[in-house]
Design a protein around this ligand. Structure first.
Ligand code: UDX
Length: 434
């Protein structure tokens, strides 16, 4: 069975490569010819652990191809996975223009039956619109189906999440579409859940919104802990021992970023409101998350009072560890606020620095990028942890202290043990802990 994957971003490239790894013949495509050239050299245009190796090996096997000629790829395939972006718009709704463009392109190249599979996270009822667009633009009488097969890939563990899924949700409305997708995911047949299309679309938005809710919940509890002698890490541990709650996604800190949670929570709240449902709960999830930056900046001001002219070392720029992605990263808002206050920044991240340079280019004094955490600490009046990269846990803090102008450490991801850091002579603040 020939499969096409439209879009070679964090979702599309992992999907194309892993479908090839499952033994399918796959053609990935993207309008961006430069991206295709990088991919054809066996490298992903972004950091994703394990992806380069899998990409190179499947390119070599010959059943994984990439092209920027989208029409050719569409015509060659029977099943088309749509993995293009659905970025947030000002009003919180998802921008569906890329999905609509792909639907039109498939309709114009309908040289036989096609199954169009929504892989991107899309608002419920999207399949209705795809069907409408394709029916009005199609140039032939060939039949087609639409299906929803949402991805549950986390950046930094995308390959593992695809190759050992908790569940494969298949939202279909015909047996032909169901049979094709069951064949594609044959290896995971014990984890396939067949639903209608609306249900599958909603599983994705509901799952991401629930995970975001857990994070905002523990951050609300962290705010409570800061006004008592409670320790949010211990509260999370005590809660998580209840299997009905579970310990994951209860890490208090700077809140969630990335290309999914912020967008999905807003999109679901908007969809629900438009359908007449009270979505206050999700708006509060969003508001609690946004408030993390104000609270973190308060900690910095409490430590330094005046930020103007101060040197601030920043460890961690990516929205989370094990990725170079800075989309909606809390670091962006912190950096913007610090620059507004006239601080001088020394930025370090093992993977995401080049992406951040596009937003905040290096300039003489205010913004410099350094090659190690120790260089970020050099002459700094304060050091901030914004992303919990593993390498920060094993920092030689005694050495960091000798490098700093002031031994002040504000830990936005609760990486360190407060007593141990203070014993070294640091003034230390973190989230939801004394
Ligand atoms: C998420 C979902 O996990 C994944 O299933 C979906 O397919 C895409 O969206 P991703 O956005 O890549 O994946 O990262 P994730 O690991 O979920 O973290 C999202 C954000 O939440 C990060 O900014 C992370 O720092 C933050 N987070 C996560 C917390 O603040 N606390 C936690 O306990 C967990």
């Amino acid at each position: 069975m020939k499969i096409a994957v439209v879009g070679t971003g964090y979702v599309g490239l992992v999907t194309a490569t892993c479908l090839a790894e499952l033994g399918h013949s796959v053609i990935g495509m993207d309008k961006d010819e430069a991206k295709i050239r990088i991919i054809l050299s066996g490298r992903a245009p972004f950091y994703e652990p394990g992806l380069d190796e899998l990409l190179a090996s499947n390119l070599k096997k010959g059943h994984l191809r990439f092209s920027s000629d989208q029409a050719e790829a569409i015509r060659a395939a029977e099943v088309i996975f749509v993995c293009v972006g659905t970025p947030p718009q000002e009003d919180g709704s998802a921008d569906m223009s890329q999905i609509e463009e792909v639907a039109r392109m498939i309709a114009e190249n309908l040289n036989g039956y096609k199954l169009v599979v929504e892989k991107s996270t899309v608002p419920v009822k999207t399949s209705f619109w795809i069907k409408r667009v394709m029916s009005s633009f199609k140039k032939s009488e060939h039949p087609f189906d639409v299906a929803s097969n949402p991805e549950f890939l986390r950046e930094g563990s995308g390959v593992g999440d695809f190759m050992s899924p908790d569940r494969v949700i298949i939202g279909v409305e015909t047996e032909r579409a169901r049979d094709l997708l069951v064949r594609i995911y044959e290896r995971f047949k014990d984890r396939i859940v067949i639903t209608n299309i609306d249900t599958a679309e909603l599983v994705k938005h509901a799952s991401n919104s629930f995970l975001a809710l857990k994070i905002s919940f523990i951050n609300m509890i962290a705010d409570l802990c800061e006004r008592t002698d409670a320790d949010v890490e211990m509260v999370a541990r005590g809660m998580g021992l209840d299997p009905r709650i579970g310990g994951s996604f209860l890490k208090a800190g700077l809140g969630y970023g990335g290309s999914c949670f912020p967008k999905d929570v807003k999109a679901l709240a908007k969809i629900g409101s438009e359908l007449g449902v009270d979505m206050t709960l999700l708006r509060d999830v969003d508001a609690i998350n946004d408030d993390r930056i104000r609270i973190f900046m308060e900690k910095i001001r409490r430590a330094l009072w005046i930020l103007k002219g101060k040197t601030v070392g920043i460890l961690g720029l990516a929205f989370k560890p094990e990725t170079d992605d800075i989309r909606e990263a809390p670091s962006i808002k912190v950096i913007r606020e610090l620059l507004k206050q006239g601080a001088f920044l020394r930025l370090y991240d093992p993977k995401a620095a080049s992406n951040m340079k596009e937003l905040f280019p290096e300039d003489s004094q205010a913004v410099s990028y350094v090659a190690s955490p120790y260089q970020a600490a050099q002459d700094a009046h304060i050091l901030l942890i914004l992303t919990e990269w593993e390498e920060f846990r094993t920092l030689d803090l005694a050495r960091v202290k000798t490098l700093m102008a002031n031994p002040i450490l504000i830990d936005g991801r609760n990486v360190f043990d407060p007593a141990a850091v203070r014993a070294l002579g640091f003034e230390y603040a973190s989230i939801g802990r004394k």
